[in-house]
Design a protein around this ligand. Structure first.
Ligand code: HEM
Ligand code: NAG
Ligand code: NAG
Ligand code: NAG
Ligand code: NAG
Length: 327
């Protein structure tokens, strides 16, 4: 027990860290190019996986800061975030992060945190699919624990409307502009029928579809997601799901938003003008998106941290540390 305590205190010194560009310049100069290379491979192997990895930044940073808590597997003593409401049967491509970590551990073991990997990989996903490229601030630590309950309490439902999303983002000091721009991440990737069944067949308990859905688009969705469908069937989030562009906003203006939370950004007056602006001006969208990603990436945990050796397991976990002689 004393050995355990000593070890635990030793690794858990820092609570909040100073983030800066080029944080690994001396300790792991190749870090950023290694991450980008693995992301390029992922793009070739399964193009959608870039969208799936980019989504991690949102689901990580909103739940107790950007600390890679969402990557921890459940243990007998801890219910992690992987099975939380917004993540179960939905978050995917965890193995891409494993591949990045493995490549980094080969070159500079124990140096680059999983939390920073999420930030770099998300940026690379956008840059490699036609979106903007930008410099990220690094130096985060990985959490020792995860919280399924916190994820359940925090992460927004696809049923959310713009007003409730504005309020949620406000809690993180993220503006209406940040909300609309960051929602433009749905320029990439897919969602499940599960996330829109209520919209198609029983919006707000009316027994009717959401009237804001474009008629032709709704007929298409009805075909892919009929009443009796396997609700894991997936549908593109915009008309160009492999390209990071402002098509998402054009689709919203045309009533072709996939999620209720997407379409409401156009139907609610608080966010409509920004959607219009980004639908017309891709550069404005890209600039606002980068700003939003940087702000979201600065959300910090106030809990102790470490640099995990395996992104799925905290270092103190016995399974990962037999050599330290405690259990
Ligand atoms: C504004 C509130 C948001 C809500 C309510 C929301 C909700 C969702 C939902 C319901 C899905 C589909 C999940 C499924 O059906 O399995 C999804 C997918 C996705 N989300 Fe969000 N999201 C939001 C913001 C964000 C942000 C800020 C990002 C990243 C910066 C993001 C990135 C993504 C990506 C890339 C996908 C597609 C993933 C894939 O293809 O695997 N989302 N989101
Ligand atoms: C938006 O959603 C919130 C939370 O579900 C709800 O209380 C509110 O009535 C909704 N606003 C509108 C205008 O529909
Ligand atoms: C938001 O900003 C306020 C004032 O600067 C700060 O006290 C608070 O911690 C910030 N909240 C978050 C979640 O970063
Ligand atoms: C629609 O939802 C309401 C309440 O959410 C429910 O009472 C009703 O049975 C549903 N209608 C249909 C047709 O599923
Ligand atoms: C989706 O697939 C998973 C895993 O196969 C299954 O457990 C789940 O019930 C399915 N979800 C829906 C909404 O059909």
């Amino acid at each position: 027990m004393p050995i355990f305590l000593f070890f635990f205190l030793n690794i858990a010194l820092v609570t909040s860290s100073h983030l800066e560009p080029g944080f690994y310049l001396n300790t792991c100069p190749e870090a950023e190019s290694i991450v980008r290379d693995v992301m390029k491979k992922a793009l070739n192997q399964e193009p959608r996986s870039l969208a799936s990895v980019m989504r991690f930044q949102f689901h990580d940073c909103f739940v107790n800061g950007c600390d890679a808590s969402m990557l921890l597997d459940d243990t007998p003593n801890m219910l992690g975030e992987k099975l939380a409401l917004s993540n179960i049967n939905s978050l995917r491509s965890y193995e891409v992060i494993d591949d990045v970590k493995e490549a980094l551990e080969k070159v500079c073991p124990g140096v680059v945190s999983c939390a920073d990997i999420i930030i770099m990989a998300s940026r690379d996903a956008v840059a490699l699919t036609g979106g903007p490229d930008w410099e990220v601030r690094l130096g985060r630590l990985d959490s020792l624990i995860a919280s399924q309950e916190d994820s359940n309490d925090i992460m927004p439902s696809p049923r959310s409307n713009a007003t409730s999303l504005i309020n949620l983002f406000h809690k993180y000091n993220l503006s209406v502009k940040d909300l609309v721009a960051l929602s433009g991440s749905h320029s990439l990737g897919q969602g499940r029928c599960f996330s829109i069944m209520f919209r198609l067949y029983n919006q707000s308990g009316t027994g009717l579809p959401d009237p804001e859905i474009n008629q032709i688009y709704r007929e298409q969705l009805n075909k892919v997601c009929p009443h009796e469908v396997d609700q894991n069937v997936t549908v593109d989030l915009d008309a160009t799901p492999l390209i990071f562009d402002n098509q998402y906003f054009k689709d919203l203006v045309a009533g072709r938003g996939f999620l209720n939370s997407d379409q409401t950004l156009y139907t609610f007056p608080e966010t409509r003008e920004l959607v219009r602006l980004y639908s017309r001006d891709q550069d404005e969208f890209f600039n606002a998106f980068v700003e939003g990603m940087l702000k979201m990436g600065d959300l910090q945990s106030d809990q102790p941290g470490e640099v995990r050796r395996n992104c799925r397991v905290s270092n103190a976990c016995p399974a990962n540390n037999l050599l330290f002689g405690f259990e």
